[in-house]
Design a protein around this ligand. Structure first.
Ligand code: DHB
Ligand code: MG
Length: 222
């Protein structure tokens, strides 16, 4: 019964404070055409990402995990026409769904989707000497979180913000004996963050449309 109440409150907040236009709604609802239905961020989380970009003055955004491009649209609109979003997606099927959604949202010009294993795509960006990114959203396969953080550190400068989704997963994150590679990926990346003198971070639990989960917000100080 608490899950219903969480959803009701999310619906109330979204209804009260957010404008999700047709393009965002279509992107959210197109999740079923991807390889991972219903994994997109909730509308109020999408807007949080957008607001974090705006509050931090981000212009260049890197996203790990495009899926249908729902969060990508929030990020692209947040950085505006002078900004840019690079989004890394494993599956061509998902990238195709995302491209249509980005076009409908009018943000195709500011987004590049790179198809392939995200770690490999990130490595190529590093080799190409890509300009540093201001904001990174890590929301792809969870076992690779530590690798994605390392890549993010090679692709950002001091002052950047990194957000990692799904760090709670119904509380599984507190189990040091977990054999679930997704849980281990989260625990390892949190330990990596904690021991890195360049990084300052917090983590929050969330309830709502996506059940019980959470995210970590990292500030790169040097
Ligand atoms: C899953 C992945 C996500 O990024 C998410 O936000 C929710 C669920 C999943 O792997 O099921
Ligand atoms: Mg996620």
């Amino acid at each position: 019964e608490s899950e219903d109440a969480w959803r009701d409150v999310d619906a109330y907040f979204v209804d009260m404070l957010l404008v999700e236009d047709e393009a965002l709604t279509a992107a959210r609802e197109s999740g079923h055409k991807t390889t991972m239905p219903r994994a997109e961020v909730a509308p109020n989380q999408g807007k949080l990402l957008a607001m974090l970009c705006q509050i931090s003055g981000a212009a260049r955004v890197l996203e790990f995990g495009t899926l249908a491009g729902y969060s990508t649209i929030w990020l692209a609109r947040a950085v505006g026409e002078h900004g840019h979003v690079t989004s890394l997606e494993l599956e061509e099927q998902n990238a195709a769904v995302a491209r249509a959604n980005l076009a409908r949202a009018g943000v195709s010009d500011v987004v590049d989707i790179i198809v392939g294993p995200a770690a490999q795509s990130a490595r190529r960006l590093i080799e190409q000497g890509a300009q540093p990114f201001d904001f990174v959203f890590i929301d792809a396969d969870k076992p690779s979180n530590p690798e994605y953080l390392r890549a993010s550190l090679a692709l950002t400068a001091p002052g950047s913000v990194i957000v990692i989704d799904n760090v709670v997963r119904n509380g599984a994150v507190t189990d040091p004996e977990s054999t679930d590679d997704r849980v281990r990926g989260v625990r390892t990346v949190l330990a990596d963050i904690a021991r890195d003198p360049r990084l300052d971070a917090t983590a929050l639990q969330t309830v709502g449309f996506k059940g019980w989960d959470g995210f970590t917000i990292i500030r790169r100080t040097r």
